[in-house]
Design a protein. Sequence first.
Length: 367
Amino acid sequence: MNKTRRQLLKTSLLGGAAVAAGVTPDVSESMQGSAASAKPLSILILGGTGFIGPHMVREALRRGHTVELFNRGRTNNELFPDLKLYRGDRDGGLDALQGGSWDVVIDNSGYVPRHVADSARLLAPAVSHYLYISTISVYGDFSRPIDEDTALATIDDETIEEVTGETYGPLKALCEHRVLTEFGTDATTILRPTYICGPGDRTDRYTYWPVRTMRGGNMLWPGTPGDGIQIIDVRDLANFTIDCVEARTAGIYNTVVPAGSFTMGQLAEDSLAVTSADMQPVWVSPEFLEAEEVGLPIWTNPNGEMGNLLAVDGSRAAAAGLQTRPTRETARDTIAWWKTLPAERTETPRAGLSAEREAELLALWRG
């Protein structure tokens, strides 16, 4: 596995494992999910207080469902003081769930196959539907078109449990298999999101672009304005998740904006529109970036070996009801959230280029 693939999968790992503090719950009415289902559900969420979990909790509660949480009690404990919390650990600490009963479990904190197998096995008599949040990093070859039937990544030693950039995708693929083994295809939903973004994202991968735009001046942008990229707003993922549990929608779904519908050029336009900054994009070639060993968040060379990482077929999810909001709304709300954060958090974004490195690269590019 070459350096480029390792870096990209590591980036996906950071997004999948993100646990963000302070999530802004505002969702435009046009993008909210369906009204409450005819029968309110009892929903158990494994996790629930990181980045994506709070959006799912709020959407489920908005629709009239009962939500209970299982987690270690270490992250954002203040978010849902009125919800029942089962405290434990995915690694051998599931006793608190013994004897419980729910309609559905949503697992957005499973990264190690043994942990997922243990929870699925324990919960099989207690729930009738298991929804697992996976990732597009499960696919094994991004040099060809990707849909839900594309071959998955594998790992030679399936006993490995250390989650790294190289093992993240294969381990998540094994996690999917463990759920399917316990629940079968008719009672399992697997969602494979791309880069999850929006208010509360601690990785700063998407956030880097509008935040850097705010600073103005000449700004390095990779490739061309027409290079396609794919994201999923965390609120759209949450809405679709609750849609799936309400309808008992089984199957595997790539949860992404439609391939070809969003480009780096549109991201630049969104960033300018929501910041009103005086930023001038400077588009630099993939070859230059590769020579300088520069990786930039949520972009990959469309003509490289990972070219289809951001051109994944999401038509199955769209047919099942996934709705994605305008990308400009995501940019607007992300910047609004960013401005609420303390200075010590915002002074050094966690992704993208430092001001010094960007200036150096721009000087080299111009010769």
